[in-house]
Write a protein that binds this ligand. Structure first.
Ligand code: EPZ
Length: 419
Protein backbone atom coordinates (compact mmCIF):
# COMPACT_ATOMS: atom_id res chain seq x y z
CA UNK A 1 0.00 0.00 0.00
CA UNK A 2 1.30 3.42 -0.93
CA UNK A 3 0.33 6.86 0.31
CA UNK A 4 0.93 10.39 -0.92
CA UNK A 5 2.61 12.79 1.48
CA UNK A 6 2.30 16.54 0.93
CA UNK A 7 3.75 19.54 2.73
CA UNK A 8 1.50 22.40 1.70
CA UNK A 9 2.20 26.04 1.10
CA UNK A 10 4.04 26.19 -2.23
CA UNK A 11 2.61 28.24 -5.09
CA UNK A 12 2.54 26.25 -8.30
CA UNK A 13 4.72 27.57 -11.14
CA UNK A 14 5.67 26.21 -14.55
CA UNK A 15 4.19 24.07 -17.28
CA UNK A 16 2.29 20.82 -17.15
CA UNK A 17 1.09 18.57 -19.96
CA UNK A 18 -2.28 16.86 -19.72
CA UNK A 19 -2.58 13.16 -20.61
CA UNK A 20 -5.17 11.51 -22.84
CA UNK A 21 -8.68 11.21 -21.37
CA UNK A 22 -9.40 8.00 -19.44
CA UNK A 23 -13.11 8.23 -20.21
CA UNK A 24 -12.43 8.54 -23.95
CA UNK A 25 -9.70 5.88 -24.02
CA UNK A 26 -11.88 3.19 -22.41
CA UNK A 27 -14.67 3.27 -25.04
CA UNK A 28 -12.10 3.61 -27.84
CA UNK A 29 -10.37 0.40 -26.71
CA UNK A 30 -13.76 -1.34 -26.34
CA UNK A 31 -14.70 -0.19 -29.87
CA UNK A 32 -11.80 -2.26 -31.26
CA UNK A 33 -13.92 -5.34 -30.54
CA UNK A 34 -16.18 -4.30 -33.40
CA UNK A 35 -13.73 -5.51 -36.04
CA UNK A 36 -10.43 -7.40 -36.31
CA UNK A 37 -7.16 -6.08 -37.76
CA UNK A 38 -4.69 -3.78 -36.01
CA UNK A 39 -6.19 -0.55 -34.63
CA UNK A 40 -3.78 2.08 -33.33
CA UNK A 41 -4.83 4.51 -30.59
CA UNK A 42 -2.58 7.43 -29.70
CA UNK A 43 -2.33 9.27 -26.40
CA UNK A 44 -3.43 6.37 -24.21
CA UNK A 45 -2.88 7.38 -20.56
CA UNK A 46 -0.91 5.05 -18.27
CA UNK A 47 -3.67 4.21 -15.78
CA UNK A 48 -4.95 1.28 -13.75
CA UNK A 49 -8.34 1.36 -15.55
CA UNK A 50 -6.59 1.01 -18.91
CA UNK A 51 -4.69 -2.04 -17.62
CA UNK A 52 -8.01 -3.46 -16.37
CA UNK A 53 -9.80 -3.17 -19.73
CA UNK A 54 -6.74 -4.65 -21.48
CA UNK A 55 -6.76 -7.58 -19.03
CA UNK A 56 -10.47 -8.23 -19.60
CA UNK A 57 -10.16 -8.04 -23.38
CA UNK A 58 -6.97 -10.16 -23.35
CA UNK A 59 -8.88 -12.86 -21.50
CA UNK A 60 -11.37 -12.73 -24.40
CA UNK A 61 -8.63 -13.22 -27.00
CA UNK A 62 -7.66 -9.64 -27.92
CA UNK A 63 -3.99 -8.81 -28.62
CA UNK A 64 -2.34 -5.58 -27.45
CA UNK A 65 0.97 -3.95 -28.19
CA UNK A 66 2.27 -0.90 -26.30
CA UNK A 67 4.29 1.14 -28.79
CA UNK A 68 7.29 3.38 -27.99
CA UNK A 69 5.34 6.51 -29.01
CA UNK A 70 2.85 5.70 -26.22
CA UNK A 71 0.22 4.57 -28.65
CA UNK A 72 -1.59 1.27 -28.17
CA UNK A 73 -2.13 -1.24 -30.96
CA UNK A 74 -5.16 -3.48 -30.53
CA UNK A 75 -6.24 -6.51 -32.56
CA UNK A 76 -9.43 -8.40 -31.79
CA UNK A 77 -9.17 -10.81 -34.77
CA UNK A 78 -9.17 -13.80 -32.43
CA UNK A 79 -11.74 -12.69 -29.93
CA UNK A 80 -13.67 -15.81 -28.91
CA UNK A 81 -14.66 -15.35 -25.26
CA UNK A 82 -17.56 -13.09 -24.34
CA UNK A 83 -17.59 -13.11 -20.55
CA UNK A 84 -16.38 -10.37 -18.18
CA UNK A 85 -16.25 -11.83 -14.69
CA UNK A 86 -17.29 -10.23 -11.41
CA UNK A 87 -13.66 -10.18 -10.21
CA UNK A 88 -12.71 -7.85 -13.07
CA UNK A 89 -15.91 -5.80 -13.40
CA UNK A 90 -16.09 -4.99 -9.68
CA UNK A 91 -12.78 -3.10 -10.00
CA UNK A 92 -14.02 -1.05 -12.97
CA UNK A 93 -17.65 -0.30 -13.73
CA UNK A 94 -16.77 0.89 -17.24
CA UNK A 95 -16.44 -2.83 -18.16
CA UNK A 96 -20.12 -2.51 -19.07
CA UNK A 97 -18.79 -0.76 -22.23
CA UNK A 98 -17.91 -4.21 -23.58
CA UNK A 99 -21.58 -5.21 -23.80
CA UNK A 100 -22.53 -3.26 -26.95
CA UNK A 101 -19.45 -4.16 -29.05
CA UNK A 102 -19.53 -7.86 -28.01
CA UNK A 103 -23.16 -8.13 -29.10
CA UNK A 104 -22.35 -6.41 -32.39
CA UNK A 105 -19.39 -8.72 -33.10
CA UNK A 106 -20.32 -12.08 -31.54
CA UNK A 107 -24.05 -11.76 -30.87
CA UNK A 108 -23.36 -12.82 -27.28
CA UNK A 109 -22.11 -11.29 -24.05
CA UNK A 110 -22.03 -12.26 -20.39
CA UNK A 111 -21.00 -9.36 -18.20
CA UNK A 112 -21.15 -9.16 -14.43
CA UNK A 113 -23.63 -6.50 -13.25
CA UNK A 114 -21.43 -3.70 -11.93
CA UNK A 115 -23.42 -3.13 -8.70
CA UNK A 116 -23.29 0.09 -6.68
CA UNK A 117 -20.13 2.03 -5.98
CA UNK A 118 -18.91 4.62 -3.52
CA UNK A 119 -20.55 7.54 -5.34
CA UNK A 120 -24.02 6.01 -5.77
CA UNK A 121 -26.19 3.16 -7.02
CA UNK A 122 -25.20 3.76 -10.64
CA UNK A 123 -27.72 1.49 -12.41
CA UNK A 124 -27.27 0.30 -16.03
CA UNK A 125 -31.00 -0.13 -16.71
CA UNK A 126 -30.92 2.37 -19.59
CA UNK A 127 -28.15 0.45 -21.38
CA UNK A 128 -30.23 -2.73 -21.07
CA UNK A 129 -33.53 -1.15 -22.10
CA UNK A 130 -31.96 0.27 -25.26
CA UNK A 131 -30.34 -3.06 -26.17
CA UNK A 132 -33.68 -4.83 -25.68
CA UNK A 133 -35.22 -2.36 -28.13
CA UNK A 134 -32.51 -3.45 -30.59
CA UNK A 135 -33.69 -7.05 -30.33
CA UNK A 136 -31.35 -8.35 -27.64
CA UNK A 137 -32.62 -11.18 -25.46
CA UNK A 138 -31.49 -10.24 -21.99
CA UNK A 139 -31.44 -12.28 -18.79
CA UNK A 140 -30.18 -11.26 -15.36
CA UNK A 141 -28.97 -14.34 -13.52
CA UNK A 142 -26.50 -14.98 -10.72
CA UNK A 143 -25.37 -11.35 -10.82
CA UNK A 144 -24.60 -11.50 -14.53
CA UNK A 145 -26.20 -9.95 -17.61
CA UNK A 146 -26.50 -12.71 -20.20
CA UNK A 147 -27.33 -11.19 -23.55
CA UNK A 148 -27.87 -12.78 -26.92
CA UNK A 149 -29.03 -11.60 -30.33
CA UNK A 150 -29.04 -13.09 -33.83
CA UNK A 151 -28.64 -9.69 -35.48
CA UNK A 152 -28.93 -6.30 -33.84
CA UNK A 153 -31.60 -4.16 -35.43
CA UNK A 154 -31.65 -0.37 -35.51
CA UNK A 155 -34.16 1.24 -33.14
CA UNK A 156 -35.57 4.54 -31.97
CA UNK A 157 -34.21 4.89 -28.46
CA UNK A 158 -35.11 7.38 -25.75
CA UNK A 159 -32.80 7.69 -22.75
CA UNK A 160 -34.81 8.78 -19.67
CA UNK A 161 -31.71 10.62 -18.54
CA UNK A 162 -28.55 11.30 -20.57
CA UNK A 163 -26.05 8.55 -19.77
CA UNK A 164 -22.46 8.77 -20.97
CA UNK A 165 -21.45 5.10 -21.07
CA UNK A 166 -25.05 4.16 -21.98
CA UNK A 167 -24.89 6.38 -25.08
CA UNK A 168 -21.44 4.96 -25.94
CA UNK A 169 -22.61 1.36 -25.53
CA UNK A 170 -25.58 1.86 -27.82
CA UNK A 171 -23.51 3.78 -30.39
CA UNK A 172 -21.17 0.78 -30.61
CA UNK A 173 -24.11 -1.63 -30.83
CA UNK A 174 -25.78 0.45 -33.55
CA UNK A 175 -22.93 0.99 -36.01
CA UNK A 176 -23.31 -2.43 -37.64
CA UNK A 177 -26.98 -3.05 -36.76
CA UNK A 178 -29.57 -3.52 -39.50
CA UNK A 179 -31.00 -0.13 -40.41
CA UNK A 180 -31.13 3.21 -38.65
CA UNK A 181 -30.86 3.93 -34.93
CA UNK A 182 -31.89 7.23 -33.39
CA UNK A 183 -30.57 7.94 -29.90
CA UNK A 184 -32.79 10.60 -28.27
CA UNK A 185 -31.75 12.50 -25.15
CA UNK A 186 -28.23 11.20 -25.75
CA UNK A 187 -25.25 12.39 -23.69
CA UNK A 188 -23.31 15.30 -25.27
CA UNK A 189 -19.95 14.93 -23.49
CA UNK A 190 -16.76 15.45 -25.53
CA UNK A 191 -15.98 11.75 -24.95
CA UNK A 192 -19.08 10.88 -27.02
CA UNK A 193 -17.81 12.96 -29.95
CA UNK A 194 -14.38 11.36 -29.62
CA UNK A 195 -15.90 7.87 -29.80
CA UNK A 196 -18.02 8.92 -32.80
CA UNK A 197 -14.85 10.22 -34.50
CA UNK A 198 -13.10 6.91 -33.97
CA UNK A 199 -16.13 4.92 -35.18
CA UNK A 200 -16.37 7.12 -38.30
CA UNK A 201 -12.69 6.36 -39.02
CA UNK A 202 -13.70 2.69 -38.83
CA UNK A 203 -16.35 3.33 -41.50
CA UNK A 204 -19.41 3.98 -39.32
CA UNK A 205 -22.12 6.42 -40.40
CA UNK A 206 -22.92 8.66 -37.43
CA UNK A 207 -24.44 12.13 -37.29
CA UNK A 208 -25.50 14.43 -34.48
CA UNK A 209 -22.91 13.44 -31.84
CA UNK A 210 -22.46 16.39 -29.50
CA UNK A 211 -26.21 17.09 -29.71
CA UNK A 212 -28.93 15.21 -27.89
CA UNK A 213 -30.02 13.31 -31.01
CA UNK A 214 -27.52 10.91 -32.56
CA UNK A 215 -28.45 9.20 -35.81
CA UNK A 216 -26.61 6.06 -36.87
CA UNK A 217 -27.07 4.17 -40.14
CA UNK A 218 -25.88 0.59 -39.69
CA UNK A 219 -23.11 -0.44 -42.12
CA UNK A 220 -22.19 -3.94 -43.28
CA UNK A 221 -18.51 -3.77 -42.48
CA UNK A 222 -15.97 -1.82 -40.45
CA UNK A 223 -12.20 -1.53 -40.77
CA UNK A 224 -9.46 -0.90 -38.19
CA UNK A 225 -8.73 2.74 -37.37
CA UNK A 226 -5.90 5.02 -36.26
CA UNK A 227 -7.16 7.49 -33.67
CA UNK A 228 -5.84 10.02 -31.14
CA UNK A 229 -7.69 10.29 -27.82
CA UNK A 230 -8.78 13.78 -26.68
CA UNK A 231 -6.93 15.34 -23.73
CA UNK A 232 -8.39 14.68 -20.27
CA UNK A 233 -10.62 17.65 -19.43
CA UNK A 234 -10.94 16.54 -15.80
CA UNK A 235 -7.16 16.39 -15.35
CA UNK A 236 -6.85 19.85 -16.96
CA UNK A 237 -9.61 21.18 -14.68
CA UNK A 238 -7.84 19.72 -11.63
CA UNK A 239 -4.64 21.63 -12.50
CA UNK A 240 -6.64 24.82 -13.11
CA UNK A 241 -8.23 24.54 -9.67
CA UNK A 242 -4.82 23.78 -8.13
CA UNK A 243 -3.38 26.96 -9.65
CA UNK A 244 -6.36 28.98 -8.39
CA UNK A 245 -5.92 27.52 -4.88
CA UNK A 246 -2.19 28.03 -4.51
CA UNK A 247 -1.90 31.57 -5.93
CA UNK A 248 -0.21 29.72 -8.77
CA UNK A 249 0.86 30.81 -12.23
CA UNK A 250 0.92 27.84 -14.55
CA UNK A 251 0.68 26.87 -18.19
CA UNK A 252 -1.38 23.81 -19.06
CA UNK A 253 -0.52 22.18 -22.39
CA UNK A 254 -2.57 19.69 -24.38
CA UNK A 255 -6.02 20.77 -23.26
CA UNK A 256 -9.20 21.82 -25.02
CA UNK A 257 -10.67 25.10 -23.72
CA UNK A 258 -13.93 24.28 -25.57
CA UNK A 259 -14.34 21.27 -23.26
CA UNK A 260 -14.04 23.40 -20.13
CA UNK A 261 -16.15 26.55 -20.67
CA UNK A 262 -18.25 26.00 -17.51
CA UNK A 263 -15.11 25.52 -15.43
CA UNK A 264 -13.35 28.55 -16.93
CA UNK A 265 -16.35 30.72 -16.16
CA UNK A 266 -16.51 29.58 -12.54
CA UNK A 267 -12.76 29.98 -12.01
CA UNK A 268 -12.88 33.51 -13.45
CA UNK A 269 -15.66 34.29 -10.96
CA UNK A 270 -13.38 32.91 -8.24
CA UNK A 271 -10.87 35.58 -9.31
CA UNK A 272 -8.43 33.53 -11.39
CA UNK A 273 -6.92 35.09 -14.52
CA UNK A 274 -7.26 32.69 -17.42
CA UNK A 275 -5.95 33.04 -20.97
CA UNK A 276 -6.34 30.30 -23.49
CA UNK A 277 -5.07 29.35 -26.92
CA UNK A 278 -6.22 26.47 -29.12
CA UNK A 279 -4.78 23.78 -26.86
CA UNK A 280 -3.25 25.71 -23.98
CA UNK A 281 -4.27 27.50 -20.77
CA UNK A 282 -2.41 30.09 -18.74
CA UNK A 283 -3.93 30.37 -15.31
CA UNK A 284 -2.99 32.65 -12.46
CA UNK A 285 -4.56 32.24 -9.04
CA UNK A 286 -6.08 35.25 -7.24
CA UNK A 287 -4.77 36.81 -4.00
CA UNK A 288 -8.21 36.32 -2.43
CA UNK A 289 -10.41 33.46 -3.58
CA UNK A 290 -14.05 34.55 -4.08
CA UNK A 291 -16.75 32.12 -3.04
CA UNK A 292 -18.84 30.88 -5.98
CA UNK A 293 -21.80 28.44 -6.16
CA UNK A 294 -21.82 25.50 -8.55
CA UNK A 295 -24.40 22.94 -9.67
CA UNK A 296 -23.14 19.84 -11.47
CA UNK A 297 -24.85 19.13 -14.78
CA UNK A 298 -24.35 16.97 -17.86
CA UNK A 299 -22.04 18.59 -20.46
CA UNK A 300 -21.78 21.50 -21.18
CA UNK A 301 -22.61 22.15 -17.49
CA UNK A 302 -20.15 21.96 -14.62
CA UNK A 303 -18.82 18.35 -14.54
CA UNK A 304 -19.56 16.13 -11.55
CA UNK A 305 -16.01 14.79 -11.94
CA UNK A 306 -14.67 18.21 -10.81
CA UNK A 307 -17.16 18.80 -8.00
CA UNK A 308 -14.95 17.44 -5.19
CA UNK A 309 -11.93 19.44 -6.41
CA UNK A 310 -13.97 22.67 -6.67
CA UNK A 311 -15.37 22.08 -3.18
CA UNK A 312 -11.81 21.94 -1.82
CA UNK A 313 -11.14 25.31 -3.46
CA UNK A 314 -14.24 26.72 -1.78
CA UNK A 315 -12.98 25.44 1.60
CA UNK A 316 -10.34 28.21 1.46
CA UNK A 317 -12.49 30.87 -0.24
CA UNK A 318 -13.53 34.16 1.26
CA UNK A 319 -17.18 33.54 2.24
CA UNK A 320 -19.73 30.77 1.82
CA UNK A 321 -20.70 28.83 -1.29
CA UNK A 322 -23.33 26.27 -2.20
CA UNK A 323 -22.30 23.15 -4.09
CA UNK A 324 -25.14 21.16 -5.59
CA UNK A 325 -24.60 17.63 -6.97
CA UNK A 326 -27.30 16.55 -9.41
CA UNK A 327 -25.68 13.58 -11.17
CA UNK A 328 -24.76 11.10 -8.41
CA UNK A 329 -26.65 10.75 -5.13
CA UNK A 330 -23.69 10.01 -2.86
CA UNK A 331 -20.90 12.13 -4.26
CA UNK A 332 -20.05 13.98 -1.04
CA UNK A 333 -17.99 11.22 0.55
CA UNK A 334 -14.91 13.45 0.45
CA UNK A 335 -16.63 15.87 2.87
CA UNK A 336 -15.87 13.96 6.06
CA UNK A 337 -12.18 13.71 5.06
CA UNK A 338 -12.04 17.46 4.26
CA UNK A 339 -13.61 18.09 7.67
CA UNK A 340 -10.68 16.22 9.24
CA UNK A 341 -8.53 18.97 7.72
CA UNK A 342 -10.67 21.68 9.31
CA UNK A 343 -13.11 22.37 6.46
CA UNK A 344 -16.49 23.79 7.48
CA UNK A 345 -19.15 22.04 5.39
CA UNK A 346 -22.84 21.36 6.07
CA UNK A 347 -24.62 18.83 3.89
CA UNK A 348 -28.34 18.99 3.25
CA UNK A 349 -29.44 16.34 0.75
CA UNK A 350 -27.62 16.97 -2.51
CA UNK A 351 -26.39 20.40 -1.43
CA UNK A 352 -23.28 21.25 0.53
CA UNK A 353 -22.85 24.63 2.16
CA UNK A 354 -19.13 25.37 2.35
CA UNK A 355 -17.98 28.15 4.66
CA UNK A 356 -14.53 29.17 3.50
CA UNK A 357 -11.78 29.65 6.04
CA UNK A 358 -8.27 31.05 5.95
CA UNK A 359 -6.51 27.69 6.14
CA UNK A 360 -6.87 23.95 6.07
CA UNK A 361 -4.77 21.95 8.51
CA UNK A 362 -2.56 19.03 7.47
CA UNK A 363 -3.93 15.62 8.52
CA UNK A 364 -3.89 11.94 7.56
CA UNK A 365 -6.88 11.29 5.27
CA UNK A 366 -8.32 8.46 3.23
CA UNK A 367 -9.21 8.56 -0.46
CA UNK A 368 -12.67 7.13 -1.09
CA UNK A 369 -12.98 7.39 -4.87
CA UNK A 370 -11.03 8.68 -7.81
CA UNK A 371 -12.03 12.35 -7.84
CA UNK A 372 -12.21 12.47 -4.02
CA UNK A 373 -8.50 11.47 -4.03
CA UNK A 374 -7.68 14.46 -6.20
CA UNK A 375 -9.63 16.79 -3.91
CA UNK A 376 -7.64 15.60 -0.89
CA UNK A 377 -4.36 16.15 -2.71
CA UNK A 378 -5.48 19.69 -3.56
CA UNK A 379 -6.32 20.22 0.11
CA UNK A 380 -2.84 18.97 1.02
CA UNK A 381 -1.25 21.50 -1.36
CA UNK A 382 -2.56 24.40 0.76
CA UNK A 383 -2.75 22.80 4.22
CA UNK A 384 -0.54 24.26 6.94
CA UNK A 385 1.09 22.88 10.10
CA UNK A 386 2.64 19.62 9.00
CA UNK A 387 2.22 16.89 6.44
CA UNK A 388 -0.98 15.66 4.83
CA UNK A 389 -0.99 11.93 4.13
CA UNK A 390 -3.49 10.69 1.55
CA UNK A 391 -4.05 6.94 1.98
CA UNK A 392 -5.71 4.40 -0.36
CA UNK A 393 -4.30 6.08 -3.42
CA UNK A 394 -5.09 3.11 -5.66
CA UNK A 395 -8.24 5.12 -6.44
CA UNK A 396 -6.05 7.91 -7.80
CA UNK A 397 -4.01 5.57 -9.98
CA UNK A 398 -7.19 4.41 -11.70
CA UNK A 399 -7.64 7.76 -13.38
CA UNK A 400 -4.78 10.27 -12.97
CA UNK A 401 -1.47 9.63 -14.70
CA UNK A 402 1.51 10.43 -12.45
CA UNK A 403 -0.40 13.21 -10.69
CA UNK A 404 2.11 13.66 -7.89
CA UNK A 405 5.03 13.80 -10.36
CA UNK A 406 3.24 16.49 -12.34
CA UNK A 407 2.53 18.51 -9.18
CA UNK A 408 6.15 18.07 -8.06
CA UNK A 409 7.36 19.44 -11.41
CA UNK A 410 5.15 22.49 -10.73
CA UNK A 411 6.94 23.05 -7.41
CA UNK A 412 4.71 21.21 -4.94
CA UNK A 413 6.32 19.37 -2.04
CA UNK A 414 4.68 16.01 -2.69
CA UNK A 415 5.90 12.43 -2.81
CA UNK A 416 4.68 8.83 -2.85
CA UNK A 417 5.72 6.66 0.10
CA UNK A 418 5.09 3.17 1.42
CA UNK A 419 2.13 3.36 3.81
C1 EPZ B 1 -19.49 8.40 -16.85
O1 EPZ B 1 -20.08 7.43 -15.99
C2 EPZ B 1 -18.07 8.55 -16.43
N1 EPZ B 1 -17.39 7.26 -16.58
C3 EPZ B 1 -18.01 9.06 -15.00
O2 EPZ B 1 -16.66 9.26 -14.68
C4 EPZ B 1 -18.77 10.38 -14.91
O3 EPZ B 1 -18.81 10.80 -13.57
C5 EPZ B 1 -20.20 10.19 -15.43
O4 EPZ B 1 -20.17 9.65 -16.77
C6 EPZ B 1 -20.99 11.49 -15.47
O5 EPZ B 1 -20.34 12.43 -16.28
C7 EPZ B 1 -16.93 6.90 -17.78
O6 EPZ B 1 -17.05 7.59 -18.77
C8 EPZ B 1 -16.18 5.60 -17.86
P1 EPZ B 1 -23.88 8.17 -16.50
P2 EPZ B 1 -21.46 6.75 -16.35
O7 EPZ B 1 -24.46 6.90 -17.01
O8 EPZ B 1 -21.59 6.63 -17.81
C9 EPZ B 1 -28.01 7.58 -14.18
C10 EPZ B 1 -14.79 9.33 -13.19
O9 EPZ B 1 -14.45 9.72 -12.05
N2 EPZ B 1 -28.17 6.34 -14.93
O10 EPZ B 1 -23.71 9.29 -17.45
O11 EPZ B 1 -21.56 5.52 -15.53
C11 EPZ B 1 -26.85 7.52 -13.20
O12 EPZ B 1 -27.18 6.88 -12.00
C12 EPZ B 1 -16.19 8.90 -13.41
O13 EPZ B 1 -14.01 9.24 -14.15
C13 EPZ B 1 -29.32 5.60 -14.80
O14 EPZ B 1 -30.22 5.93 -14.03
O15 EPZ B 1 -22.48 7.83 -15.81
C14 EPZ B 1 -26.50 8.97 -13.04
O16 EPZ B 1 -27.36 9.57 -12.11
C15 EPZ B 1 -16.93 8.31 -12.32
N3 EPZ B 1 -29.44 4.44 -15.51
C16 EPZ B 1 -26.79 9.57 -14.43
O17 EPZ B 1 -27.63 8.62 -15.06
C17 EPZ B 1 -28.48 4.02 -16.39
O18 EPZ B 1 -28.66 2.97 -17.03
C18 EPZ B 1 -25.56 9.80 -15.31
O19 EPZ B 1 -24.72 8.65 -15.25
C19 EPZ B 1 -27.33 4.80 -16.53
C20 EPZ B 1 -27.19 5.96 -15.80
Amino acid sequence: MKKIVIEGGNSLRGTVRVSGAKNAALPAIAACILTGGWHKIHQIPALRDIITIKNIMSSMGAAFHDNDDRSLSVNTENIFEYEASYDLVKTMRASILLLGPLLARLGKARISLPGGCAIGARPVNLHLKALSAMGVDMRLEHGYISAEVKRLKGANIFFDTPTVTGTENIMMAAVTADGRSVLNNAAKEPEIIDLADMLRKMGAEIKGDGTDTIIIEGVKELKPAVHTIIPDRIEAGTFMIASAMTHGDITIQNCRPDHLYAVIEKLRAVGAEIESGEDIFYIKGPETINSVDITTMPFPGFPTDLQAQFMTLMCVANGASMIEETIFENRFIHVSELERMGADITINGNQALVRGRANLLAAPVMATDLRASASLILAGLVAIDGKTEVNRIYHLDRGYEALEEKFRALGANIRREEA
